[in-house]
Ligand binder design. Structure first.
Ligand SMILES: C[S@@+](CC[C@H](N)C(=O)[O-])C[C@H]1O[C@@H](n2cnc3c(N)ncnc32)[C@H](O)[C@@H]1O
Length: 220
């Protein structure tokens, strides 16, 4: 078995459709942990191509160990909520944050689908990396509805689509579930969202080359 298939098998063993019963959560294992911020996130933020405000609020659902959330909080200065349903992830992420000394970030254990915000608490930016592919496909439309509720008008949703495999598995197995960039579009639609970026990132970590796509959506 290739190194890549082994890693994928390990994720599938650990993450189930019910993240409350994630085996890895009990054992403290988080095999998807990249150990650093995703290069395409750095790329899109540092390019300045998104007209982001000077201050604002950000959400990172399914934040895992929180490297990306720390990057967003420290680089953009946004008050950042990093949310994960797994207590192990939140514990690890909180440790990461104490080490980074970033103070405009809050880690919370919670379910994305139950997150409620008032009009003034809506987010300027939400970032989804491997959260979409971790939830059961039957909940993807709900994901889209919830994103529309959480992002303010004019705000951005950055989705880093990964892992894009060449072929759909004969027997659907997951997570990570099979994903195509179009799947995000299907859940967000044209009425509420305008796609403002759709490209292969110039910078990907070595194992991700040829398997990811950067899509950014602006709330209309
Ligand atoms: C594949 S991991 C990706 C973690 C992180 N984005 C990273 O790159 O390291 C998916 C994460 O989503 C979390 N998750 C799954 N369902 C969730 C839900 N309904 N609400 C919040 N987090 C959830 C899992 O606990 C897990 O940490």
């Amino acid at each position: 078995m290739s190194k890549r298939s082994e890693a994928m098998k390990r994720v599938q063993e650990l993450v189930t459709d019910d993240p409350h019963t994630v085996a890895g959560t009990r054992r403290g294992a988080t095999p998807w942990d990249a150990g650093e911020c995703q290069p395409p996130l750095r790329e899109i933020i540092s390019s300045g191509e998104l007209q982001l405000p000077n201050s604002g609020r950000a959400l990172v659902p399914g934040c895992g160990s929180g490297y990306d959330a720390v990057y967003i909080a420290s680089t953009l200065g946004f008050a950042t909520l990093a949310l994960d349903i797994s207590p192990t992830a939140v514990k690890k992420a909180s440790e990461e944050v104490s080490a980074s000394k970033v103070d405009n970030i809050r880690f919370e254990q919670g379910d994305f689908f139950f997150l409620q915000v008032t009009e003034t608490e809506k987010f300027d930016l939400i970032y989804d990396y491997t959260f979409f592919v971790a939830i059961p496909p039957s909940r993807r439309m709900e994901w889209g509805v919830q994103m529309s509720k959480l992002v303010k008008t004019g705000g951005f949703l950055i989705t880093l689509a990964y892992p894009i495999e060449e072929e759909e598995p004969q027997v659907p197995i997951g997570p990570p579930w099979f994903v195509r960039p179009q799947h995000y579009h299907d859940c967000l639609g044209n009425d509420r969202w305008q796609k403002v970026v759709d490209r292969v990132p110039e910078t990907s970590s070595p194992m991700h080359i040829g398997r990811e796509r950067l899509l950014v959506w602006r709330k209309i």
